[in-house]
Design a protein around this ligand. Structure first.
Ligand code: ADP
Ligand code: MG
Length: 279
């Protein structure tokens, strides 16, 4: 994936999102308890936490896919419920953990679908729509896959096709749930670099769930740690990602080192066996 030099001025608008007192239940099972947080426009924030801590639920609630039983969300300063569906789809792109599309859809068709909220289902495509689609395809590094059906793609290719789909609507905010899951480390680094560049150069607000806490520390200026549906820590990675916090969050012993180049925290799990011990 490469980030193309911006060839023309794109309208750069950005928005923050604010959750206040969010309580979310599935049936009688309450999974988020009174969560409040404010993401400023142009921030890049990573959510971390153990399985089942409510990260995906929080992201889905911010995307208005789950209705809270108490509390609310404001996007760009406006109550989320007051925003029309198409406007919200255009301004806020949410990418689930394992997106699925029709298997015979081509990458090109998928990315054009991403552009629907900007132009309407029945409107003919304008030059700016074509440009946005081409740019998204270029940025996500899927130009060579344009005419391939989704069913024929590898996990990493599939993920990049969906990133292109999200970028096609030129959103103000990206909400991404574990976007690096199916990628090898090279493609993980490229994808995170792309997101960091979109954030820095276009001001797109990014909130993503990452499994890898070391990666989170490297790319985010703010890390929010969830456990049992509550925000346990929120702030600079160097303050949030300490051995004590991580051990407590994930119920496992870790050491935290400082990256020799950047000083960012690096997690080293402390395993209780010695695989290389000599007999
Ligand atoms: P995370 O993304 O941190 O792993 P989730 O938000 O997916 O956590 O899940 C939080 C809790 O909510 C878990 O206990 C999970 O089993 C439960 N949960 C998630 N989605 C649903 C659902 N659609 N119906 C019922 N329970 C759910
Ligand atoms: Mg999840």
């Amino acid at each position: 994936m490469t980030v193309a030099e911006p060839t023309r001025a794109h309208a750069t608008t950005t928005a923050g999102i604010e959750a206040s007192g969010l309580t979310v239940s599935y049936g009688s099972h309450e999974v988020l308890h009174d969560v409040s947080l404010a993401i400023e426009p142009g921030e890049l924030t990573v959510l971390i936490g153990p399985n089942g801590s409510g990260k995906s639920t929080l992201l889905r609630t911010l995307a208005r896919l789950v209705k809270p039983v108490a509390g609310g969300v404001r996007f760009g300063g406006v109550d989320l419920n007051a925003i029309g569906a198409r406007e919200l789809a255009r301004r806020l792109a949410y990418l689930p953990q394992a997106p699925e599309g029709p298997p015979d859809l081509t990458v090109d068709e998928l990315v054009w679908r991403g552009r629907y909220p900007n132009r309407g289902l029945f409107a003919s495509a304008h030059a700016e729509d074509r440009e946005a689609v081409d740019r998204a395809i270029e940025q996500a590094g899927v130009a060579e896959l344009r005419h391939r059906a989704l069913a024929t793609l590898s996990g990493g290719e599939h993920q990049r096709a969906w990133i292109a789909m999200s970028l096609a609507r030129e959103p103000e905010m990206l909400l991404l749930d574990e976007p690096t899951t199916f990628l090898d480390i090279g493609h993980q680094a490229e994808l995170l670099k792309l997101l960091a560049e979109l954030n820095q150069e276009r001001g797109i607000t990014v909130v993503m769930v990452l499994h890898d806490v070391t990666q989170a520390s490297h790319y985010a200026r703010r890390v929010i740690a969830l456990r049992d549906g509550r925000v346990m820590h929120d702030g600079d990675p160097r303050e949030v990602v300490t051995a004590e916090h991580i051990a407590e969050l994930f119920d496992t012993a870790v050491s935290v080192l400082a990256d020799p180049e950047t000083g960012a925290p690096v997690i080293v799990p402390r395993v209780s066996f010695a695989p290389h011990e000599e007999a």
